[in-house]
Design a protein around this ligand. Structure first.
Ligand code: ZN
Length: 785
């Protein structure tokens, strides 16, 4: 199945084929969903893409499918495929789709979109345009011949279109299309105890960062697959695979394997699964002798089936989750045969980190339910790179990731840093099982958890912000945290700044006696005197002859595993001529954003307002109160205390509401009625027209010009107001090419002695990105009187 984003997939169809039909099933999402809004935290961009990659993996654990991605980055809403192709490079992403098809070798490919403007989002259209193109290009050896070093051309048999059925009409239309295949995802699976649509509801609810919690809906559900290329299914076919041999007969030498495995299935005894092992062992050498990628896949599955039938528990547990290059890691391993079937362990091999170390001489019989435990030591190579997700290792190329190793393209996540290969023997047949080295630990609340072995630097340099703003030409104190991941970390941190910018001092030393300790180091940074473009600050730690130029960030959103990234210890230095008269700001955090830190960079004090603050605190101490993105969608306390906020405005306060989406929770905002619509301006360079030059939002204390709309990222704004009361003044207008001007992105009104502002412009993106003009405009909003 091919589409553009996390959440485009039809999880019911994935569950039907994977869990119901036992087909190998995969979802290729062109992007990792970096451009969306985050409902569970403040992470955006790369970090949001990382979270969504793992949300998809969690969803696939439930529906049973596999996950793939191309190098394309979701750069935000796009209204056309042309814009999307211009940002991604058509051939580059086509080559990825072809590569994934050639490696995965599907019999049928299902598109979620039509490749026409009917799909809406340009990235949706592109997923279908490239899906169709790749369907034939994958079979053509003259296309992307450089891939043929690793894979063979692959001709999938059928291409289908599975339309979204938003309405009963579209469902009827699909049902009436000649040649369509109906998939009954409402069918109940008595072994699983649920229907595929129910599984889909559970799987879809893993998309937490986009608030896709879904009901499980038992009962009928019909999906339609419409053939669009390749072989047409036989007349009156009820199945997308009709006429496609999905048995062992499709590979030379497969027939005797089929015979043995059918017998194994027929004679399987659920309370004595080990009695099936002899048949599996007979099939093993037959499968091993078939030279076909499919047989290689099946051989691994057969080995895992033997492990399942014997209740075999194999584990490789590192004493800590983090490992520093040059240090030694202790790995405890266990082999436990929980059946009466005779198995023995021959050798162990550590794999990964450029190593292939055999630990020989075990040759131990695995006695029923008696664990074989031991330890081994492993030294992490001194030049081992840190465990940065592979798509984030190199600077991105425009709106695609740079990935040097072709073999990594398409993978959802990094292969384990280190694995332990257990070479076993049963009745004279040797076979291997590979387990990742993981750290197993007990969480007092959640119980036993595991975490991937992660290679980390000896010290991490964490900068306070990615962007450091100098709002008035004055020097600023920059405080850097040095966090040690080794005992006794001592060394120096050095700052290197672009010409014109000055740090004092440029070097400071650190000395930490304990692992996990953090030490702040303070520097004064003086901005470049001229009106230069932004500068860059690079920090490097020298420790034991090693140079470290990265920080370390652990993202925790249970039930996802903790996700570790190593952001470069680099900050953008932005000089902006900003005046702000507001001093003390109250902030009502909504779904999560980085605005409070951004506002602090203007020199304001920011207090995060709690539920009890909204209910009881004297709000008049604040010069302005700002509500975070989606605050009215997510906070019942804010909705309940709206009258207090309006009183605050009436008595002379300034209230700024940022964007919220129209949903059941959205109450009327502001002192006079207005409606939030779906209007958005997706082109970040879209011209902005000043329609109300005397309005304080664009005149005081900073005089705003069109230059302040230069250098914006991703978009202008979203969820603009669509209708408003005549008490509101509009201030600026903007619109995407070829569309009507949208004036509802900023509404201003005086109310009593105060000011109310609604704004759909994307301050939550532009301020953290260090766009100087965005700071100047937002300073006016805060200062509005
Ligand atoms: Zn989408």
């Amino acid at each position: 199945m091919i589409a553009a984003h996390p959440d485009d997939e039809n999880t019911a169809i994935l569950a039907y084929y994977a869990r119901g039909r036992h087909m190998r099933t995969g979802y290729l999402s062109l992007t990792r969903g970096e451009g969306g809004q985050n409902l569970i935290g403040s992470e955006q961009g790369d970090l949001l893409g990382l979270i969504r990659s793992h949300e998809l993996l969690a969803a696939r654990q439930i529906d049973g499918a596999e996950q793939f991605f191309t190098r394309a980055i979701d750069f935000g809403f796009s209204k056309t495929p042309e814009e999307t192709f211009a940002k991604w490079g058509r051939e580059r992403i086509l080559s990825d789709v072809v590569w994934i098809i050639r490696r995965y070798r599907p019999d049928i490919v299902i598109l979620r979109f039509s490749g026409t403007p009917r799909d809406g989002h340009g990235q949706h259209q592109v997923s279908a345009i490239l899906g169709k193109e790749a369907f034939s290009a994958a079979a053509d050896p003259s296309r992307f011949p450089e891939q043929l070093k690793y894979v063979e051309p692959w001709k999938a048999r059928r291409l289908f279109f599975n339309a979204f059925s938003f309405t009963k009409e579209t469902e009827k239309e699909a049902a009436a299309t000649p040649g369509r295949i109906e998939v009954d995802t409402g069918a109940f699976n008595p072994v699983l105890g649920v229907s595929y649509s129910q599984i889909a509801g559970m799987s879809r609810s893993m998309h937490r960062s986009q608030g896709m919690g879904a009901s499980q809906r038992p009962g009928p559900s019909h999906q339609y697959l419409i053939p669009i290329a390749g072989e047409i299914p036989p007349k009156d076919a009820q199945d997308a695979f009709a006429g496609i041999d999905t048995t062992w007969n499709r590979v030379a030498g497969g027939a005797p394997v089929a015979h043995l495995l059918e017998e194994a299935v027929r004679t399987f005894q659920p309370d004595h699964p080990e009695r099936s092992i002899p048949l599996l062992l007979k099939a093993e050498p037959l499968i091993a002798s078939i030279h076909d990628p499919w047989a290689i896949q099946k051989l691994v599955e057969l080995h895992e089936a033997i492990a399942l039938c014997s209740g075999l528990w194999l584990d490789a547990n590192s004493e800590k989750y983090d490992a520093v290059p040059g240090t030694t890691v202790d790995v405890a391993y266990t082999a436990l045969n929980r059946s009466s079937f005779p198995l023995s362990l021959n050798t162990l091999t550590l794999e990964g980190m450029g190593r292939h170390d055999s630990i020989d001489g075990k040759h131990a019989a695995l006695t029923s339910n008696l664990p074989l435990n031991d330890h081994l030591k492993f030294t992490v190579p001194a030049d081992q790179p840190y465990s940065q997700p592979f798509w984030l290792r190199e600077p991105r190329q425009g709106d695609t990731y740079a990935i040097a190793d072709q073999q990594l393209i398409g993978l959802p996540d990094d292969p384990p840093a280190l694995s332990l290969r257990f070479s076993l023997q049963a009745e004279g047949v040797a076979f291997d099982l590979v387990r990742p080295v993981r750290h197993r630990y007990i969480d007092r609340v959640h119980g036993e958890e595991t975490r991937a072995l992660t290679v980390v630097p000896p010290v991490a340099l964490n900068l306070p912000q990615d962007v450091i703003l100098f709002p008035n030409g004055e020097p600023r104190r920059v405080e850097l945290e040095v966090r040690a991941d080794v005992p006794k970390a001592a060394g120096e941190v050095h700052l290197a700044l672009d010409a014109g910018w000055i740090a004092d001092p440029t070097t400071r030393s650190f000395d930490q006696s304990q692992e996990g300790q953090q030490q702040p180091l303070s520097f004064e940074v003086r901005p470049s005197p001229g009106p230069d473009p932004p500068g860059v600050l690079r920090s490097t730690a020298s420790i034991g002859g090693r140079q470290v130029g990265v920080g370390m960030l652990v993202i925790s959103h249970p039930p996802l595993p903790p996700l570790t990234v190593f952001p470069p210890a680099v900050a953008k230095l932005v000089r902006a001529d900003v005046r702000v008269t507001a001093r003390r700001i109250g902030y009502v955090m909504g779904a999560g954003d980085e605005m409070p830190d951004a506002i602090r960079q203007l020199g304001c004090e920011v207090v995060l307002l709690t539920a009890s603050d909204l209910e009881q605190r004297n709000l008049s101490e604040f010069d302005a109160i700002v509500t975070g993105v989606r605050a009215y969608n997510t906070r019942a306390d804010l909705r309940a205390d709206l009258p207090r906020l309006l009183d605050y405005v009436r008595n002379g306060g300034t209230l700024i509401d940022q964007y919220n989406v129209t949903d059941d929770n959205l109450v009327p905002m502001g002192p006079y009625p207005f409606k939030v619509g779906r209007g958005r301006v997706t082109v970040e360079e879209a011209p902005v027209t000043f329609t109300n030059l005397s309005n304080p939002l664009i005149s005081k204390p900073n005089e705003i010009t069109s230059k302040d709309f230069d250098g914006w990222i991703q978009e202008r704004g979203l969820y603009f107001a669509s209708e408003w009361d005549s008490h509101y003044q509009t201030v600026i207008e903007s619109h995407d090419p070829g569309e009507k001007p949208l004036a509802g992105g900023m509404l201003y009104t005086r109310y009593g002695k105060g000011v109310y502002v609604f704004t759909g412009y994307s301050w939550f993106r532009e301020l953290p990105a260090g766009v100087p003009g965005a700071y100047r405009i937002f300073a006016n909003l805060l200062s509005a009187k």
